[in-house]
Design a protein around this ligand. Structure first.
Ligand SMILES: [Fe+2]
Length: 239
């Protein structure tokens, strides 16, 4: 869990929480004999009840950015299982004011890797943009790959979609995969980085590949926040 300071949040907001790839489950102790819930199902209440109150934030709305991959098989004995993450999105929606997110390559909604029908203030993005709290947020679900597999488009299709989204000048772009940063040895896609670097600077929020450092800056000033297996709480200056 990290605390990040931003220059400015939209008026009336006190924090933005960004996370991805919470591929784990609660402890046997916290489950109390019941089936282990997904980490993303139990985390929102812990954030709201135990973590955020310690920040001494002024009252304000709290938004959540979900960058995908919130499922882990119940026995925790296999990596890369796919399953329903609707309950994770719902658990964040139960605690916070708005949710904007994309699907990871292992996320199902119900039993399908198709666009879920959430209602406001929960916004699922796959090649579209939502403006919330005056922040235009673009999102592209999944990863480049074989389009016959779930949540994949060819790399060509992925970068074309991304170029179009960037041409609408979003403030934030959410992706599950995303740019690499070769100078720092951070894994990701070079082609996605090149497309992002040719556009106006934005904040990219991504997951999928673990980076030692969660924040990197690209040549055009774009900041990339990699929230793989992390929770990052962004606030303005706190007292
Ligand atoms: Fe992933």
């Amino acid at each position: 869990m990290h605390h990040g300071l931003v220059d400015e949040l939209p008026k009336g907001m006190s924090a933005i929480i960004a996370t991805a790839d919470l591929q784990g489950r609660e402890t046997f102790e916290s489950a109390g004999g019941k089936p282990l819930r997904l980490l993303g199902e139990v985390l929102p209440a812990i954030l709201a009840d135990e973590i955020i109150p310690n920040f001494g934030l002024a009252n304000g709305r709290i938004g959540v950015l979900l960058a995908g991959d919130f499922y882990t098989v119940p026995a925790l004995d296999k990596r890369g299982g796919s399953g329903d993450v609707t309950s994770v999105w719902q658990a964040f929606a139960d605690e916070f004011d708005w949710i904007v997110g994309v699907a990871g390559n292992h996320d199902l909604f119900g039993d399908a890797a198709t666009r879920p029908r959430f209602t406001t203030p929960v916004h699922f993005l796959d090649n579209d943009i939502v403006t919330i709290d005056e922040l235009p947020i673009a999102g592209l679900s999944g990863i480049p790959g074989n389009p016959r597999r779930p949540w994949r488009r060819t790399e060509d299709d992925f970068v074309v979609a991304l170029e179009l989204l960037l041409s609408d000048s979003p403030a934030i772009v959410m992706m599950h995969d995303g740019p690499d940063v070769p100078d720092s040895g951070h894994r990701g896609s070079p082609r996605i980085r090149q497309v992002v670097e040719q556009a106006e600077p934005v904040l990219v929020v991504r997951g999928h590949s673990h980076w030692k450092e969660p924040l990197a800056t690209l040549s055009n000033g774009t900041q990339v926040l990699n929230v793989d297996a992390r929770v990052i709480i962004l606030t303005g200056e706190t007292s």
